[in-house]
Design a protein around this ligand. Structure first.
Ligand SMILES: NC(=O)c1ccc[n+]([C@@H]2O[C@H](COP(=O)([O-])OP(=O)(O)OC[C@H]3O[C@@H](n4cnc5c(N)ncnc54)[C@H](O)[C@@H]3O)[C@@H](O)[C@H]2O)c1
Length: 259
């Protein structure tokens, strides 16, 4: 059977939350490999800037704006990839939101609903749409594809008071990742998570837990992570080199969880 070699050398890659931080760095890393990119995010102007940067690397790229807190947005991103290229090879479900620091006890639980809508429900919806497409590859005879979810070390162990909801959402995402990984591995769909530690991005700057130098001093690596550190892990998980890696959580944390 012909396995579309030309397409596979230029995989169709979906990245949500591609307008900044880890998502932007990962989109650019895939672009350098010649991927065809469907990028999602909220801000159209910033999205188009990332598209231009990807095209400058020689890649094809398209951006779709949408709020993942709203049902249907995650599915629309998958539909757009299919409309553009007729297939989806790799999905990086990266977009996420962290509540402003504060105790759950003093919160309006609408905050919990929003965090879970973005960090869990939208990824569940995304995986539903992605797997439906991936399992139909080659007319349903072969299946195949890769999904990487962006969780967090906070989903494993949360050192910072005031982010209980975010940590719970990421713990749930890790569980969802493992469950769907074992369900769909027999069809050649590999699903894993990456868990960033303390990475220098707009989200980290907005969290206000401490200054970067103070955080870096607590890490075995003695430096903050960079978005490119996480992008490299995502590209490896998406590659054939990780072909026997299923349902795992790859922590990119400068040694944080090991300590
Ligand atoms: N930076 C860190 O230290 C760190 C640590 C652990 C996990 N993470 C995870 O990494 C992922 C990327 O975060 P980042 O650090 O690059 O932050 P970031 O703020 O730079 O990027 C977040 C991205 O998600 C998008 N996004 C957020 N809410 C959205 C919504 N409602 N609809 C659509 N898009 C939305 C943003 O537009 C942006 O593109 C997140 O899932 C985050 O939880 C980050």
């Amino acid at each position: 059977m012909i396995r579309e070699p030309a397409a596979m050398t230029r995989p169709v890659v979906l990245v949500s939350g591609a307008t900044s931080g880890i998502g932007r760095a990962t989109a650019l890393a895939f672009a350098r490999q010649g991927a065809r990119l469907m990028l999602g995010g909220r801000d159209a102007a910033r999205g188009e800037a990332v598209v231009a940067a990807c095209r400058a690397e020689g890649a094809e790229a398209t951006f779709l704006a949408g709020d993942l807190a709203e049902a249907g947005t995650a599915t629309a991103l998958v539909d757009a990839a299919i409309a553009c290229w007729g297939r989806l090879d790799i999905a990086f479900n990266n977009a996420g939101w962290q509540e402003p620091q504060g105790s759950l006890v003093d919160r309006d639980l609408a905050v919990l609903d929003r965090v879970f809508a973005i960090n869990l429900r939208s990824v569940a919806e995304a995986m539903q749409a992605q797997i439906r497409v991936m399992r139909q590859r080659d007319g349903g005879r072969a299946g195949g594809g890769v999904i990487v979810n962006d969780a967090s070390v906070s989903g494993v162990r949360n050192p910072y008071p005031g982010f209980a909801i975010y940590a719970a959402s990421k713990a749930a995402l890790l569980s969802l990742t493992r469950s769907l990984a074992i369900e769909h591995a027999p069809r050649g769909i590999r699903i894993n998570a990456v868990s960033p530690g303390r990475i220098e991005t707009p989200m980290m700057a907005g969290a206000g837990v401490a200054d970067y130098a103070t955080i870096a001093a607590t890490l075995p690596a003695r430096r903050m992570g960079r978005p490119e550190d996480v992008a490299a892990a995502v590209l490896w998980l998406a590659s054939d080199a990780a072909g026997f890696v299923i349902g795992q959580n790859l922590c990119v944390d400068g040694g944080f969880l090991a300590g």
